[in-house]
Design a protein around this ligand. Structure first.
Ligand code: BJW
Length: 258
């Protein structure tokens, strides 16, 4: 996939790099855009053919799974196949380097793909769960999911969910759907990090899904500098915008900062 080149002035990058070097407590909030450069589709960007008729709000809900479990399960099996062959990109790796260099660093991610940990990030708060884990819709038992790599290139529209080996109820992905509570303690830990941050990097998120979307305003109100890295215009007033792909901009920022 060809990515748009960054559209950023040297002054803006220097300013951001200085802020990164000087901050004692750095937090990054990431969304699907950081993994776009690893070949994973975002939620609200251009869609893969088979799934372009569906918005995430039509599939990522308990109601959708109750109504059409085979449709929802097929979507997740396709995404799991894509994640199974995806590798962390230079943006993920740059965040590992920031964690190594900054005095204190917390990574808050909305992503369920596991690529931050695969890259080597350690202090990671996952707000929306784990794609590659199944949870039994009956007994709640969690197990690693099965992946059929062929679905990456040849997705199907309907597939019956696998069943729990203990209680035979349908399995679902261990992710957070709309209307569901975030994992215990995750939001509290993220809010604590955001309100203590001196610098918040907001990377590759449309900022429309709550409560994650409240973290940048929270950090800003608490006195943090907020830098938004996104291929589209995404920075509210008072935040520094660096427009371009995260896989290009984050490594540039790191090499200017240190
Ligand atoms: C690049 C790029 C490149 C592209 N480089 N950039 C307050 C107000 C209104 C509504 C609510 C509210 N509080 C709660 C709600 C309801 C709801 C909500 O937010 N609805 C909104 C749609 C309005 N929230 C919830 O229901 C949450 N739960 C909750 O609040 O529970 C309360 C509760 C309490 C007590 C009991 C019970 C409940 C749960 C939200 C769960 C979200 N789940 C999903 C699916 C996860 C599983 C899965 O993967 O399938 O999470 S939805 C989907 O959106 C996914 C994502 O994590 C999330 C955010 O998307 P993200 O990452 O921002 O992706 P995109 O595609 O939107 O944006 C990508 C961006 O990258 C774009 O800007 C591009 O430009 C950019 N980009 N390439 C840099 N290379």
């Amino acid at each position: 996939m060809r990515l748009p080149a960054a559209d950023v002035s040297d002054d803006a990058l220097d300013d951001a790099a200085r802020a990164l070097r000087d901050a004692r407590r750095v937090v990054a909030l990431t969304g699907a855009g950081i993994s776009a450069d690893s070949g994973l589709p975002t939620f609200r960007g251009a869609k893969n053919g088979l799934w372009q008729r569906f918005a995430p709000e039509d599939l990522a809900t308990p109601e959708a799974f109750a109504r059409e479990p085979d449709l929802v399960w097929a979507w997740y099996q396709w995404r799991r196949a894509l994640v199974a062959r995806a590798r962390p990109n230079a943006g993920h790796v740059a965040l590992v380097e920031i964690e190594r260099r900054a005095p204190a660093f917390t990574l808050v991610t909305q992503n369920v793909d596991g690529l931050h940990r695969a890259a080597g990030s350690r202090n990671v708060i996952t707000l929306h769960g784990e794609l590659m884990t199944d949870r039994c819709s009956g007994c709640g038992n969690e197990t690693p999911c099965d992946v059929d790599p062929s679905f990456a290139d040849a997705p199907v529209e309907r597939l019956d969910p696998a069943r729990c080996v203990d209680c035979a109820a349908p399995l679902r992905p261990a992710v957070v759907w709309f209307g569901e509570r975030l994992p215990a303690g995750a939001l509290e830990a993220a809010a604590e990090a955001a309100s203590a941050a001196e610098l918040l990097l907001v990377v590759g998120t449309s900022g429309v899904v709550y409560p994650a979307a409240a973290l940048a305003p929270l950090a800003q109100r608490s006195g943090a500098r907020v830098i938004v890295i996104n291929t589209d215009p995404a920075a509210p007033p008072g935040m520094l915008e660096l427009r371009g792909p995260a896989s290009e901009l984050l490594p540039r920022l790191v090499s200017l900062a240190w």
